[in-house]
Design a binder for this molecule. Structure first.
Ligand code: HEC
Length: 191
């Protein structure tokens, strides 16, 4: 995985002893972030699948609508920071990216266009906070799979479309094709 320039710069500035411990902290944060995402994705997919089997995509939408924010809140608590999903084309405006997230998402798209595997795209940085502390930020791309197309693809069934429009009048998260980057997991916590 690529270390970011920012991380390397902070390491260089921090001096050897401090740098070693910052490096360890960063490694730990990367591991924790990946584990958190795995858990988050598994819970979400589990609930979505169960709902779709029980009541079709319409039921799936209510699961995404209620369960996605709830599972994100649970993941945030155990991570000790903020865990959510974002995209350049969001369904829920609450998931809109901030400036940094937008840049990383655009970078993921550029890398994928040049042939990178979306499943393997991730990125992290250490940022200074306004109060002089440090925070760790991590993002991991989410590829569009076949099952996603019912609700995010080009040809969304009319009944599904109707339910989406009811819940998300400003929806932009449609028109995706299999293999496109749908968005990313995004995590932030104090370092
Ligand atoms: C049953 C319909 C349905 C299916 C299938 C579905 N989604 Fe979604 N998706 C939604 C809804 C509804 C939301 C908005 C959730 C919310 O309110 O936070 C959403 C939100 C998202 C978001 C958060 C960003 C945003 O647009 O608000 C991502 C990322 C996402 N979906 C990816 C996927 C991926 C990847 C798949 C396939 C593995 C998938 N979705 C399958 C309905 C669906």
């Amino acid at each position: 995985m690529k270390r970011t320039i920012l991380t390397l710069t902070s390491l260089a500035l921090a001096g050897t002893a401090a740098a070693a411990s910052l490096g360890e902290k960063v490694d730990q944060n990367v591991d924790d972030s990946r584990a958190t995402i795995k858990q988050f994705a598994t819970s979400l997919q589990g609930e979505l699948k169960a709902a779709m089997q029980e009541g079709g995509p319409t039921q799936g939408i209510s699961v995404c609508n209620e369960a996605a924010p709830r599972i994100a809140a649970e993941a945030s608590e155990s991570y000790g920071g903020d865990v959510s999903r974002t995209s350049l084309k969001v369904r829920n405006p609450d998931n809109a990216p901030d400036g940094w997230e937008r840049e990383v998402l655009q970078r993921f798209d550029r890398l994928a266009e040049r042939g990178a595997d979306p499943k393997k795209l991730d990125h992290f940085e250490v940022h200074r906070t306004e109060d002089g502390g440090r925070e760790f930020r991590y993002m991991k791309a989410i590829p569009t799979g076949e099952v996603c197309l019912t609700c995010h693809g080009e040809n969304i069934p009319a009944s599904v479309q109707e339910t989406i429009d009811d819940h998300y009048p400003e929806d932009e998260a449609r028109g995706f094709e299999k293999g496109d980057i749908r968005g990313a997991f995004t995590l932030t916590r104090p370092l």
